[in-house]
Design a protein around this ligand. Structure first.
Ligand code: RIB
Length: 333
């Protein structure tokens, strides 16, 4: 491939001028810039991005660590973050950890070695150690979705407690009284907060929480299926279920179908995340919407501000949740 020296000779300018055109380090007239760019095109010259970034001390690349890129919620969050980053001139390296702590640690090292300018981290659980190591190295970092309360980090989460509360209140307002809950992983703060919202709604309605109606899931569809099969065997059967995410609700729909139970006639489902698929299940899901676009925009805004000013105090943003009512809920038969 052509060198800067050959481009300079071809354009009849100095090598320094070619370097200024490539790196934007000094004013170059439009005419000279056009001469140099034509020479680069004719010689097939491509600037060495890594060399340029090392010179500048920035790569205009951000790292994004997600725990489960197969879950549409994270796919939509990843899309929102990438869109917001691209609008601001940054590319994104996405790392999927499959909720594996060791992969999470390995990927943070990979991203550091690739000299990313900043990192957005959706932790798969309680990884304060990994996060504090990143922060101590001075790499700008924003935590999304899973709050690490004890760490002084920029954070973007949603009001999960409110979401669990309004979903359960919606079922109560329809007349349901035997309302079950399928939770997410117990070590994930968003799930725990949704369940406290569910409990608060029942208590406010004067209903004692029956712990046998609260079954553990893991945010994946099979656990929703298994949890629903367990709940549907009960007598009396719950007339409604609050499910802590849409992927588990898809498992619940499958279980109901296999048992010949109709949704919502025989059992209502109120869900969480409001992924795009929630409008296309049969029936479409009533679901608590997480503002995924805003989460992505806010995460990038906080990260770029942190990259500009490392001494900013930590910002903790909790975005609102709202209930989207569709056909999976109605009054009990
Ligand atoms: O569906 C995945 C879940 O994990 C979402 O509810 C999100 O909030 C994350 O915590």
């Amino acid at each position: 491939m052509a060198t800067i020296k050959e481009v300079a000779a071809h354009a009849n300018v100095s090598s320094a001028t070619v370097s200024h055109v490539i790196n934007g380090t000094r004013y170059v007239s439009d005419a000279v810039r056009a001469q140099v760019e034509l020479a680069m095109k004719e010689l097939g010259y491509r600037p060495n991005a890594l060399a340029r970034s090392l010179r500048r001390g920035e790569t205009h690349t951000l790292g994004l660590i997600l725990p489960d890129s197969a879950n549409p919620f994270f796919a939509e969050i990843g899309r929102a973050i990438e869109t917001a980053a691209f609008e601001r001139g940054y590319s994104v390296i996405l790392c999927n950890t499959e909720n594996d702590t060791e992969k999470e640690r390995m990927y943070t090292e990979v991203l550091e070695n690739k000299q990313v300018d900043g990192m957005i981290f959706v932790a798969s659980g309680d990884h304060r150690e990994t996060l504090s190591q990143i922060a101590q190295k001075g790499l700008p970092l924003v935590v999304v979705d899973r709050d690490m309360g004890s760490l002084e980090l920029d954070t973007v989460t949603t009001d999960n407690h409110h979401g669990g509360l309004i979903a359960t209140q919606h079922l109560l307002s329809l007349g349901h009284r035997i309302i079950a809950c399928i939770t997410g992983p117990s070590n994930i703060t968003p799930s725990a907060e949704r369940v406290t919202g569910y409990r608060a709604a029942l208590q406010q309605a004067g209903i004692l929480v029956d712990e046998s109606l609260v079954v553990r899931g893991d945010f994946h569809a099979p656990s929703g299926y298994e949890g629903a099969m367990q709940l549907f065997q009960r007598s009396p059967r719950p007339t409604a279920i609050f499910v802590c995410n849409d992927m588990m609700s898809i498992g619940v729909i499958r279980a109901a179908s296999q048992l010949g139970l109709r949704i919502p006639e025989d059992v209502s489902i109120a869900s969480f995340d409001n992924i795009e698929l929630a409008s296309y299940t049969t029936p479409p899901l009533t679901s608590v919407a997480q503002p995924k676009q805003e989460i992505g925009q806010m995460a990038i805004t906080l990260l770029l501000e942190r990259m500009q000013n490392a001494s900013l105090p930590p910002r903790r943003n909790i975005l609102p949740t709202r209930l989207v009512i569709r056909e999976s809920t109605r009054r009990p038969s």
